[in-house]
Design a protein around this ligand. Structure first.
Ligand code: PEP
Ligand code: MN
Length: 343
């Protein structure tokens, strides 16, 4: 349930309510809005405790959240959450583009891609060091060496980096070298891993599961949020359907649906959704028009030689043009994108 406090409730009174929640055997989660403080009281028998809190003088109202996901729901927090990755804010007026190669392959290719991403107005560099490959014989990523190269690319370009974490044993090293931790589609319901990233204070990019419903995505986000981490960005990256002319089926409708159900930002990854580079621009533009808070796009300077996901990798010059068009779409719906230099 959520306990909505009256405006101007003092810090001391807020602490009293938090303590009362604990005494009732529930876990308190605080959300401080511009006008009101709201305390989420989570526990399986929360509904039976509703009256205890209604009786408190500083409480305006107590509302039961009937959905299974609670802390990530709009009921708990009506205003949009802004997630900060370095200096970049995701969830506000700016459409934030994360781009880069599928995998970190070597220093030269990574830096070239990073410079191309930056030149086009991309704000965050992506690149996998630990790769979740379907075949154990495919390139698995450079591991820690790849993380170090990402940190180097950040130094050279100033772009913060996002990279995937697959195994909880690598959490410290991934957190050390990156600015945002990605949980990939295949680990979207790895609840142990979700809890681990929930205990860090690193922003998390949580992808929708390969066959995951929107509700399952939000339940996974709830796992992270319930451990204390409120810096979560959701990502629609296509779902598995009977359609086989694209790699996955891009569920554009997830964007407005998630935005109505949750206060967390949602971005779109048309590269993994479509799987073919020629289809990526159209769906990137559609996602921006639909209100996505950002995009994730795979960019490679030499896709023909890419060690992973070459067919879907966008060429830097195409990315540059796409960014310009994205900017026009963003502006048409009252959003912003950073200035893109004329090429
Ligand atoms: C990726 O971003 O490189 C990736 C593996 O994506 P997904 O988990 O969406 O398949
Ligand atoms: Mn990829």
């Amino acid at each position: 349930m959520i306990i909505v406090l009256k405006p101007h409730t003092s810090e001391e009174e807020i602490q009293q309510v938090m303590e009362k929640v604990r005494q009732a055997g529930l876990t308190p989660h605080i959300s401080t809005g511009a006008e009101r403080t709201v305390i989420g009281a989570i526990g399986s028998d929360a509904p039976s405790k509703k009256e205890i809190f209604e009786a408190l003088p500083m409480v305006e109202k107590v509302v039961l959240i009937l959905k299974e996901y609670k802390l990530v729901s709009r009921d708990f927090k009506p205003q949009d959450t802004i997630v900060k990755v370095g200096d970049v804010e995701i969830g506000g007026d700016e459409v934030v583009v994360m781009a880069g190669p599928c995998a970190v392959e070597n220093e030269k290719l990574l830096i070239q891609a990073a410079l191309a991403v930056k030149a086009a107005g991309g704000r965050i560099l992506r690149g996998g060091a630990f790769k979740p490959r379907t075949s154990p014989y495919s390139f698995q990523g450079l591991g820690v060496e790849g993380l170090k190269l990402l940190a180097k690319a950040r130094e050279e370009t100033g772009l913060p980096v996002v990279t995937e974490l697959m195994d909880a044993r690598d959490i410290d090293v991934v957190a050390k070298y990156s600015d945002m931790i990605q949980i990939g589609a295949r680990n979207s319901q790895n609840f142990t891993l979700l809890k681990e990233v929930g205990m860090t204070n690193k922003p998390v990019l949580l992808k929708r599961g390969i066959s995951g419903t929107i509700k399952e995505l939000l339940m996974s986000a709830e796992y992270i949020r319930s451990e204390g981490n409120n810096q979560i960005v959701l990502c629609e990256r296509g779902i598995r359907t009977y359609e086989d002319s694209t790699r996955n089926t891009f569920d554009l409708s997830a964007i407005p649906v998630v935005k109505s159900l949750s206060h967390l930002p949602i971005i779109a990854d048309p590269s993994h959704a479509l799987g073919k580079r020629d289809y990526v621009p159209a769906m990137a533009l559609a996602a921006v028009a639909a209100g996505a808070h950002g995009l994730m796009i795979e960019v490679h300077v030499n896709p023909a030689e890419a060690l992973c996901d070459g067919p879907q990798a966008t060429y830097p010059h195409v990315f540059m043009e796409l960014m310009k068009t994205c900017r026009r779409v963003a502006e048409a719906i009252g959003k912003k994108m950073p200035y893109v230099p004329i090429s």
